[in-house]
Design a protein around this ligand. Structure first.
Ligand SMILES: Nc1ncnc2c1ncn2[C@@H]1O[C@H](COP(=O)(O)OP(=O)(O)OP(=O)(O)O)[C@@H](O)[C@H]1O
Length: 264
């Protein structure tokens, strides 16, 4: 398995090419004494065909940012776009259609359906949407994910890594504009975790997919082109070409500012 290297630095892309963006995003939970400001004015754009990892200490706002970007939660203020579509003000029906047709999800909480085979789970979102499954693309994705001989199995007959690969295939098979992953390697051992990250990497390199993940894992984040660090509801660092060691150091620095950071 290739070890991620830090030599994938690429230059910024024009905002007009953004697959998704947030502008001055704020999110406030609760009211009165229990108010929590989870996002305090976050602005960021994700270039098409780019792989971004969002990192930061627990409670820094990572999941909130991803959920707002993916139309799973609404921001308190600010603007979110997917492609040219502004999410603010979309009706529930339009939002559901946008999530279904234009976004792929690799979320721990979005489990596979236990009674369906791997194949049926992978095509389920397209089947629900009444969209045709492109057989060549299905074969390519499942072959690349090493699932060809597992397609008749039900989730209970698959390993944790295979389940997560099925979740990746399900996210990729509809060729969404953007794939969001919330801790896509969360419960996996290091081998399965590397497999899933290589696949997301390959989907960017080979299929020009745009991928944004939230992760606590510096090794996983080392597969990304770009790493965004959040702390206390703000973006505190946005860098390309980091190695897992750079990322690990910076995470230590965020947890304890006395620790020097090799990158800033
Ligand atoms: N539904 C909610 N109601 C109230 N507060 C919330 C809610 N969801 C998140 N928060 C608070 O918002 C802040 C940001 O939470 P968020 O889950 O985005 O952080 P995170 O960086 O993803 O954390 P973790 O790494 O632990 O998953 C935290 O203080 C959290 O307690």
């Amino acid at each position: 398995m290739a070890v991620p290297s830090g030599d994938r630095a690429i230059t910024s892309r024009p905002a007009s090419l953004a697959a998704a963006s947030a502008r001055e995003l704020t999110k406030v939970y609760g009211s009165g004494q229990t108010t929590v400001e989870a996002l305090k004015g976050v602005s960021v754009a994700f270039g098409k065909g780019e792989f971004t990892a969002i990192m930061g200490p627990s409670g820094s706002g990572k999941s909130t940012l991803m959920h707002c970007l993916a139309g799973l939660d609404t921001a308190s203020s600010g603007i979110v776009t997917i492609g040219a579509t502004e999410l603010t003000g979309l009706s529930d029906k339009k939002m559901t259609r946008l999530r279904r047709d234009r976004i792929g999800f690799v979320f721990q909480s979005f489990n596979l359906v236990p009674t369906l085979t791997a194949r049926e789970n992978i095509t389920l979102p397209l089947d629900i949407a009444g969209r045709r499954v492109d057989p060549d693309w299905f074969d390519l994705v499942t072959d690349r994910l090493g699932l060809t001989d597992r397609l008749r199995h039900r989730p209970s007959e698959l390993s944790g890594g295979q389940v997560q690969r099925v979740a990746c295939a399900r996210a990729l098979v509809g060729r969404p504009e953007i794939v969001f992953g919330d801790e896509p390697t969360g419960n996996l051992d290091s081998r399965s975790s590397s497999e899933v990250m290589s696949i997301l990497r390959a989907s960017v390199d080979e299929f020009e997919q745009t991928v944004v993940i939230v992760t606590h894992d510096a090794h996983a984040a080392g597969y990304a082109d770009r790493v965004i660090f959040l702390a206390d509801g703000h973006i505190v660092s946005d860098q390309r070409g980091l190695t897992p060691d750079d990322i690990y150091d910076y995470m230590k620095h965020l947890d304890d500012p006395q620790q020097p950071a090799r990158v800033n």
